[in-house]
Write a protein that binds this ligand. Sequence first.
Ligand code: HEM
Length: 401
Amino acid sequence: MTTAEELELPVARKCPFAPPEEYTQIREEQPITRVRIPDGKQAWVVSRHEDVRTVLNDRRFSSDRFNENFPVLVKGGNVFRRSNAERTMITMDAPEHGPARKAVLGEFTVKRVTAMRPRIQEIVDGLIDDVLAAGQPVDLVEMLSLPVPSLVICELLGVPYEDHGFFQENTAKLLKRTVEFEERQASFERVRGYLDRLVTAKEAAPGDDLLGRQIVKLREEGTYDHRALVGLSFLLLVAGHETTANMISLGTVGLLENPGQLAAIKADPGKTLDAVEELLRYFTIVDTATARVAVEDVEIGGVTIKAGDGVLALGYTANWDPAVFDEPEKLDLTRGARHHVAFGFGPHQCLGQNLARAELQIVFDTLFRRIPTLKLAADVDDLPFKDDASIYGLYRLPVSW
Ligand code: HEM
């Protein structure tokens, strides 16, 4: 391979079932090193599990995506920065970040998600009824992976689900690295404009949904801010459907490709939650979102990262670090991969993780119980994996039974 400093990150995955070999080589040979990034600058890459967690938990590394030194991993620049988007919790640091996250944390607790489970189950059952009624093969992305989290997040936020085609299509463009800047920006503006109008309508008549509840609560506290709620709705709508959708698709492939382990889960659904953790570790679909910019000089692993330097805390290499996970290349659904960083780590650790886990567990249990003979209707090598997207996944997943 070229030396790490000549290498440009992110490297596209060539195989869906393993990190690019350049990543593994970095972790083994130069675990903290400089690389090139698409905006023409250089950034540090931190690749070992321990160091990734250190970076993500250290306030000297900022999440401020509006900082001009924040590493930009798509050509043409950062859409949010250049469009003067609203600042949301994912771009904030302490002391601003804590209150912004706390304001909505109560909507995503284990207790709240447990209360959502019957409705999630109902949604999944209804969609599987449609799959079974359709002619084979069906595209599972269109019929299950995308609709489950989209319906759930729409109902939670109070976004009309009939608009799903619009926001799914624009989100996909926004996340595709090969789409030109102007087109990504136009997609962003369309979804932002839509949510701006939706929030305005809710201000006149706040309903019993997350956005309505935020309006009522924040008005009572005297802290209501229209733009902040538009930003939050954008963050939750995008993060809430695209991530989980891709994990449903990839997880299904991972399970179908490992029939022995799948049989053990079918026999004992009590094992599904462990399987979900391992699938999250194994695929690590959001591995470049955990970028940061140093706001002070920081020494880590014998290397000094200077204030203003960009840092990529690479979750994928961390989740395949043999110092933490024995034989990381093995999908072992019983390993109890609790320490993975697929949801990030530290103060910005995924807000929606309880919800994502519940959706994944319910989907896998229900799908393989109701369609026990489910199989891929294409060779796994021919599946359209999202090698060109900021969130890894599948564009289509043809299945039959
Ligand atoms: C399998 C599904 C998911 C994966 C793999 C995932 C992954 C991640 C990761 C890696 C981060 C950390 C970003 C950082 O450190 O900068 C994150 C943050 C976040 N996620 Fe998720 N996510 C998933 C599902 C969801 C869902 C369903 C929601 C909402 C409904 C959500 C909402 C958020 C939010 C709001 C943040 C920012 C938290 C903060 O900055 O405090 N995610 N997610």
